[in-house]
Design a protein around this ligand. Sequence first.
Ligand code: ISL
Ligand code: CA
Length: 568
Amino acid sequence: MTSIVQSARTARPDDWWRSAVVYQIYPRSFADANGDGIGDIKGILDHLDYLSMLGVDVVWLSPVYSSPQDDNGYDISDYEDIDPLFGTLDDIDKLIEELHDRGIKLVMDLVVNHTSDEHAWFEESRDPESPKSDWYWWRPAREGHEPGTPGAEPTNWGSAFSGPAWQYDAARGEYFLHIFSRKQPDLNWENPAVRTAVFDMMNWWLERGVDGFRMDVINLISKPEVVDGPETPGTGLCYDLSLLADGPRMHDFLGEMYDAVLKGKNLISVGEMPGTTLEKAASYTDPVTGELSMVFQFEHVGLDHGANRFEVFDWPWVAYKKNVVRWQDGIGKGWNSLYFENHDQPRSVSRMGDDSPQFREASAKTLATILHTQRGTPYVYQGEELGMTNYPFEAEGDFRDIESLNYLHHAMQLGAPAEAVLPGLARGSRDNARTPMQWDGGVNAGFSETGPWLAVNPNASEVNAVDQIKDPESVFHHYRRLIQLRHDEPVVQLGDFEMLLPDDERLYVCTRTLGDEQVLVLANVSSEAVRLPLGLPDHGACEVLLATHEIGDVDVLAPWESRIVRLS
Ligand code: ISL
Ligand code: CA
């Protein structure tokens, strides 16, 4: 259903983000200024010149709000304050100012599908007589079941963090819904007072000077009917998150948010949308009727998964290329976010590339070439620009992430030995992305004076920012040049995308075309040299815009070599 407000909307002139590159900071792991082993805002302030050197336009800051830290800040107990772990409101004001001085915008993480169970709203809501009694998803026990007993949950919905998505609250005598941890109760967006409170909070942040929002699991705010779903085999629960996604009122809720908060302010807004579809993504980002600048979709990051993210297969390049084509073409007038990494994904060089010492750098660069020459807005996750790798996790005690630990404990309860679960955990865990940023080859990789909250990757002496800044051929400088290329070349920003050799497992080849301008991207995504087949556009004498290797034979790509050439 299209609301009146929506159909009256006109095309946005404020689409500066189509030529921008965003850098994500996960504050807990970026830089620790006060020596408690946990990254903080002052630590970020110490490294702003690094971001300027890289050339990014926007910083997306993962949550720094007051939080019991059950899910590292994605469980917020006060939206309008900063957790002392990270600093103060003065620190964030300083960050806004110093970023702006460097021409960099700041995007805040907006986590409003749920709050912490320690948020005042939830505490009030537990009282059925309170005005906020309906601010969360409260439901009685399943009919005929004793409240609080096994199987009495209102539906069979499973939590993204294992186990039932309902928690019994003895004070209220009812269950509340938590799609994530039991300390992250879902807000009831059907209640207009909830929406007003969220929009007021967003405007409060805009008045403080922030430039937009990254909206956490925003396509879960409109829920489907609260009924049982199909059982995920062998679990007794329904774990299919996509069944809870993109509920019937999404456009109403986002349309209201657009009108109350986002409209006409030159902002960037990106909706994180697990389980969303191409058609929905196109509608959320339509330049006339859509409500958001862009979305994070999840199809490509699920391509190497089995039953779940802890069952990981080798990266399927042909399937990935097919998926790129699907999204590059299918998003139409809408807009894509381009990402391989974030704080929830393992490191791309370990997952898609070859992280052995021989090919780590070349494969990190070539992955960057592939992502940064697509149409859309590229995101760089801290350390990705250095080619940081997965961590060699071995034992339960190595992990910190609630998703990983809950999964392990749940599997063990169901009878699996830890040794059977740990290898999958090591490959798929979000902790791979969360090891401390590798600033230098010294103690704690220059992240902190103290032992950090999650171990530093043992390869920090070979993979770190200080060394790479000094080396013009480093992964860092390759990223810097790709960002520059996006700024300089309209064909890279906006050109039409065409995939060549779609079925080739070792070559990724595409063109981008805008009017008379055309560039060709040639990439070897294997650890062996590959001769280019006949029939590709003639490129031997063309201007090379960026290359990972000295070019010897123009028709042969070394392992993980890539080139961007101007055809016209
Ligand atoms: O990647 C995932 C699919 O297995 C999930 O781990 C992830 O929780 C999902 O992508 C949603 O992510 C966002 O919301 C979560 C938070 O834990 C993530 O860090 C955040 O990015 C709940 O707020
Ligand atoms: Ca600290």
